[in-house]
Design a protein around this ligand. Structure first.
Ligand code: FAD
Length: 292
C-alpha cells in the first residue's frame, strides 16, 4: 500500500480551449481531487498563448480551495510580462510554480524576443525577485531533452538549473524505469540532491501518444508500440493493456524509491484514478465509482 504517496502525488491538467472542455475538466478535477493530491498543476503555453485560459483554470482551482501550481514558460515573454503573471498568482495565494522554458508554438515569433533564454534564467529571476516565496519545480529529462547537444551537456544544464534555485523536478514521461533510475544515479554523482518526481503518462490512445512522444523525445519501447498498434481502434484493449503497463511502471518506480508520482492526466479522471486505486493510494468516497 502506498497511501503515504498522497503527500507527494501531483496531477497535471491543461487549460481547455472551449467552455464544453472547461465543464468536462471541472468534473474530472472534482473526481481526481478525491485522491487528495498535494497539488494540481496547470500548463501554460509559451509566448502567452494560453495565458487567459490558464488564468481562468487556475482561478477556478483556487476558488475550490485546491492547492495549485501554475506552469510558467518564459520563452518569448519579456520580464515585465512574467512579473505581472507572478504578481497575479501571488495575490491568489499561489505558493508553488513550475518554471519552464517552453516551446513557442509555430508562428508565434522569434524565441529571442523574450528576456529569458532558458528555464534556469527564469528560476534565477524568481529567486532574486521573490526569495523563498515560491516552491519552484523544474522539468527533468531521464531520456534527455531532444534539443540537447549531448546527454552530458543536458545534465550540466539541469544541474545549473537546480543550482539557480529549483526545489524539485518533475520528469518528462517515460516508459522505461531504467532510464529514470540511471538519471537519478547521474544526478547523485553530480551532487544534485533535489527530489526528481517521475512524470507518468497513462496510456489511453495510441496515435495521440505516438505523436506526443515523437515531439517530446519520449521513447515508446518497441514491444509496447507493437502491442498498441496491433489493437488498432480497439480502445478498450488499449486502455486495459496501457493500465497494466503503467501500473507496473509505477510499482517499479515506487519500490525503487521514487519520491512521488506526477500524473499527466490529460484532463481525464478515469485512467489516473484507476492507476491510483490499484497502487493502493486510498481515495475518499466516490473515487472508485468514478474510475470504473
Ligand atoms: P530548459 O531547462 O531551459 O532546457 C531546454 C534545452 O536547453 C535543453 O536541451 C537544455 O539542455 C538546453 N539548455 C539549458 N540551459 C542551457 C544553456 N545555458 N546553454 C545551452 N543550452 C542550454 N511546455 C510548455 O510550453 N508549457 C508547459 O506548461 C509545459 N509543462 C511541462 C511540464 C513538465 C513536467 C515537463 C517535463 C515539460 C513541460 N513543458 C511545457 C515542455 C518544456 O517546456 C519543453 O520540453 C521545452 O523544450 C524545455 O523546457 P525546459 O524548461 O526543460 O527548458
Amino acid at each position: 500500500m502506498h497511501t503515504q504517496l498522497q503527500d507527494t502525488l501531483s496531477l497535471e491538467i491543461f487549460p481547455p480551449k472551449t467552455s464544453e472542455g472547461m465543464t468536462k475538466l471541472k468534473g474530472a478535477v472534482t473526481k481526481l481531487n478525491t485522491l487528495k493530491p498535494l497539488y494540481f498543476s496547470c500548463t501554460y503555453g509559451a509566448g502567452g498563448s494560453t495565458r487567459e485560459r490558464t488564468f481562468e483554470t487556475v482561478t477556478w482551482l483556487r476558488e475550490q480551495g485546491i492547492e495549485t501550481a501554475p506552469h510558467l514558460a518564459c520563452i518569448g515573454s519579456g520580464k515585465d510580462e512574467i512579473h505581472d503573471i507572478v504578481e497575479h498568482y501571488a495575490t491568489q495565494g499561489i505558493s508553488r510554480l513550475v518554471a519552464l522554458r517552453g516551446d513557442l508554438p509555430s508562428g508565434m515569433g522569434r524565441p529571442d524576443r523574450g528576456t529569458f533564454r532558458y528555464a534556469s534564467e527564469l528560476v534565477s529571476y524568481l529567486r532574486e525577485e521573490y526569495g523563498a516565496r515560491f516552491h519552484i519545480e523544474v522539468a527533468a529529462y531521464p531520456e534527455f531533452h531532444p534539443q540537447a547537444a549531448s546527454a552530458t551537456a543536458d545534465l550540466e544544464h539541469f544541474k545549473h538549473k537546480v543550482a539557480c534555485g529549483a526545489d524539485s523536478a518533475i520528469t518528462q514521461y517515460f516508459f522505461n524505469a531504467d532510464a529514470y533510475f540511471a538519471f537519478l544515479e547521474l544526478c547523485a554523482q553530480q551532487g544534485i540532491s533535489v527530489p526528481v518526481i517521475p512524470g507518468i503518462m497513462p496510456i489511453t490512445n495510441y496515435s495521440q501518444l505516438a505523436r506526443f512522444s515523437d515531439a517530446c523525445g519520449a521513447e515508446i519501447p518497441r514491444w509496447i508500440r507493437r502491442r498498441l498498434e496491433a489493437f488498432g481502434e480497439d480502445r478498450a484493449s488499449i486502455r486495459a493493456f496501457g493500465h497494466e503497463v503503467i501500473l507496473k511502471l509505477c510499482e517499479r518506480l515506487l519500490s525503487g524509491g521514487a519520491p512521488g508520482l506526477h500524473f499527466y492526466t490529460m484532463n481525464q479522471a478515469g485512467p489516473t484514478l484507476a492507476l491510483c486505486r490499484d497502487l493502493g493510494i486510498a481515495p475518499t468516497a466516490g473515487a472508485d465509482a468514478a474510475a470504473a
